[in-house]
Design a protein around this ligand. Structure first.
Ligand SMILES: C[S@@+](CC[C@H](N)C(=O)[O-])C[C@H]1O[C@@H](n2cnc3c(N)ncnc32)[C@H](O)[C@@H]1O
Length: 200
């Protein structure tokens, strides 16, 4: 499992907890599903992975559709959270819906579908990565994401600082356990923030 922008450097699935076997896990914005497949296949978790873009889910199903314990669904993250009856042990996002949906709405919706003391883990592009002037704060920045067919899609990005993520989580009955800066040991600037929080 990869959280950052440099594959193979870690951390991996261990940040989600020691044993994931049988845990109900939700990924928001799974893309082509490689992390969700890893958690279902290697760790025997019961994983639901959603992505807004049907093409992503089609690719994920082509590659990983046969893995037991893995459910891949085309859905907007907010819509899924508002309609599912499942209460999850773990919710996570790797450069996925967390950061691409208004955090005031999304974090509250996640907290409602997370077990008591359940874990939320997410990585987002570092707000201070090279080329960024300053954290974006409450207003989203506009950008694009690349899709598997080579096309790109416009997105809004909420680029919060670590302190602002702490504040946003505290407003939704969750508390931050750790915030880590991820990057490359040979490069000066971190490229991602990895936030681990728990529901109270
Ligand atoms: C940068 S990609 C990351 C994909 C994957 N997590 C990975 O690490 O390869 C962001 C993904 O989030 C999805 N996404 C964006 N907004 C979303 C939303 N509101 N609900 C669900 N998925 C969303 C996009 O379709 C895209 O597949």
């Amino acid at each position: 499992m990869e959280w950052g922008t440099y594959p193979g450097l870690g951390p991996g699935a261990e940040v989600l907890g020691r044993s994931l076997r049988g845990r109900h896990v939700l990924e928001l914005g799974c893309g082509q599903g490689q992390n969700a497949a890893h958690l279902a296949y290697r760790h025997r978790a019961q994983v639901t992975a959603v992505d807004l873009v049907d093409l992503q889910i089609q690719h994920a199903r082509d590659r990983f559709g046969e893995i037991p314990g893995l459910t891949l669904l085309t859905s907007d993250a907010m819509r899924f959270l508002q309609h599912t009856a499942i209460v999850f042990d773990i919710v996570y996002s790797v450069f996925g819906a967390v950061g691409l949906v208004d955090p005031r709405l999304l974090l509250a919706a996640i907290a409602r579908r997370l077990k008591r003391h359940g874990l939320l883990g997410f990585s987002v592009p570092h707000p201070g990565r090279p080329g960024m002037r300053s954290p974006g704060g409450r207003q989203p920045r506009h950008g694009t994401i690349r899709l598997p067919d080579g096309s790109s899609r416009p997105v809004a990005r909420w680029e919060l600082s670590a302190a602002d993520w702490r504040r946003a989580l505290a407003q939704t009955d969750m508390r931050v356990v750790t915030v880590r800066e991820l990057g490359h040991p040979d490069r000066r600037h971190p490229t991602a923030l990895l936030v681990i929080a728990r529901r109270n």
